[in-house]
Write a protein that binds this ligand. Structure first.
Ligand code: OSB
Ligand code: MG
Length: 373
């Protein structure tokens, strides 16, 4: 059985976040979403989501570069030949350098169509086993009283761990204050690359607060300084931005640049690559967890399916739809019950895309057709 995609529809959605999200880089109030719909010869649909933002602060990609790469290179490559298994797309797309979020958006849609054709859930198609996944929340930079309130709320909702964003000058004091109010809460921090080795004393001071890990303290493309830092820290370093491929993960493990890896489907170029990194980390006893990109429902569904793989042993950054949106564009919306998401067993991503909700937010869309003959 194979999937021959003959139509791809790209949609640019403008979503409004319930509350602004601030990282070491800046504040986001809205979130553009690139929705990818693929349709095969028998009318089976698959859905993917591009996770690049409007500005290239997290990686070099933006929603516009993603659209361009899809339109000019990746969709034509997909149309060229049938897909017997979505794993083939990693090779087929490799003639395009990097542009991982663009690749992941299209590959994810094909994975969904593939699972639907085979009558299985995306989780099963990937080899996932878990029936539920544990999740935490990521809380942006904001006045400390708001952070404390958000933590209390998240714990009341059962979230399994709390992550806060830090930056130079907004770190040790904030963590100390949180620990004063919540001495035992599973807590971690994410710097989104805001420090350099010159800040080593400040980062070492975080060792006193029993953090689960420090996520991406140093440069986005670094694994050498992270190794030096890790050798001087008791707290595990978790790499996010620095790991864009299996090879990146391999080198980081070899250099001991981190003790934990955050896997995001978009950042690494798709589910196939995410699975390869998962397997590699499993072999090396490096715990992994599934990161988040403030996704809409389709991206969220993909992250849930990925996190059902056996070695995802730490809570994901996949909070409930209601943590981000007044109304998500899938049915049902993603809900969290005592810190867990129950994995839907329906075929494909397991959620239905609500076209009314999609169209309400669509700024532009374009249909691409495979030419026959
Ligand atoms: O670094 O993990 C990150 C959000 C946007 C970009 C990068 C990151 C994040 C988060 C939030 O931390 C994760 C989420 O709730 O989706
Ligand atoms: Mg991060």
């Amino acid at each position: 059985m194979f999937v021959q995609i003959h139509t791809v529809i790209l949609r640019y959605l403008q979503m409004e976040l319930k509350s602004p999200f601030t990282t070491s880089f800046g504040t986001m109030k809205t979130r553009p979403v690139l929705l990818v719909e693929v349709v095969d010869e028998d009318g089976v649909c698959g859905w993917g989501e591009g996770v690049a933002f409007s500005a290239p602060w997290y990686t070099e990609e933006t929603i516009e570069t993603t659209w361009h790469m899809l339109e000019t290179f990746l969709i034509p490559l997909l149309f060229q030949a049938p897909v017997y298994h979505p794993d083939e797309l990693r090779d087929r797309f490799s003639i395009v350098r990097r542009n991982y979020m663009a690749k992941a958006a299209l590959e994810g849609a094909v994975w969904d169509a593939f699972a639907k054709r085979h009558g299985v859930s995306l989780s099963s198609a990937l080899g996932g086993e878990k029936k539920e996944v544990e999740v935490g929340v990521s809380i942006g930079i904001q006045p400390i009283t708001n952070i404390l309130k958000r933590i209390e709320q998240a714990l009341a909702e059962g979230y399994k761990r709390i992550k806060i964003k830090i930056k130079p000058g907004w770190d040790v004091d904030v963590v100390r204050e949180i620990r004063h109010h919540f001495p035992d809460v599973p807590l971690m921090v994410d710097a989104n690359s805001a420090y350099s080795l010159r800040d080593i004393d400040r980062l070492k001071a975080l060792d006193d607060y029993e953090l689960l890990m420090i996520e991406q303290p140093l440069a986005v493309d670094d694994i050498v300084d992270h190794a030096k830092l890790q050798a001087n820290l008791n707290t595990p370093i978790c790499l996010d931005e620095s790991i864009c491929s299996y090879e990146d993960a391999k080198r980081a493990i070899e250099l001991k640049s981190c003790r934990v890896v955050n896997i995001k489907i978009g950042r690494v170029g798709g589910l196939t690559e995410a699975k390869r990194i998962h397997d590699l980390c499993q072999q090396h006893h490096i715990p992994v967890w599934c990161g988040g990109m403030l996704e809409g429902g389709v991206g969220r569904a993909h992250s849930i399916a990925l996190a059902t793989l056996p070695h995802f042993s730490l809570p994901s950054d996949t909070a409930a739809s209601a943590n981000y949106w007044e109304r998500d564009f899938i049915d049902p919306e993603v809900t969290v019950d005592n810190g867990r998401i129950f994995v839907r067993q329906q075929i494909g991503i397991g959620y239905t895309v609500n076209l009314t909700e999609v169209e309400r937010r669509t700024v532009r869309s374009k249909i691409y057709k495979r030419s026959r003959g």
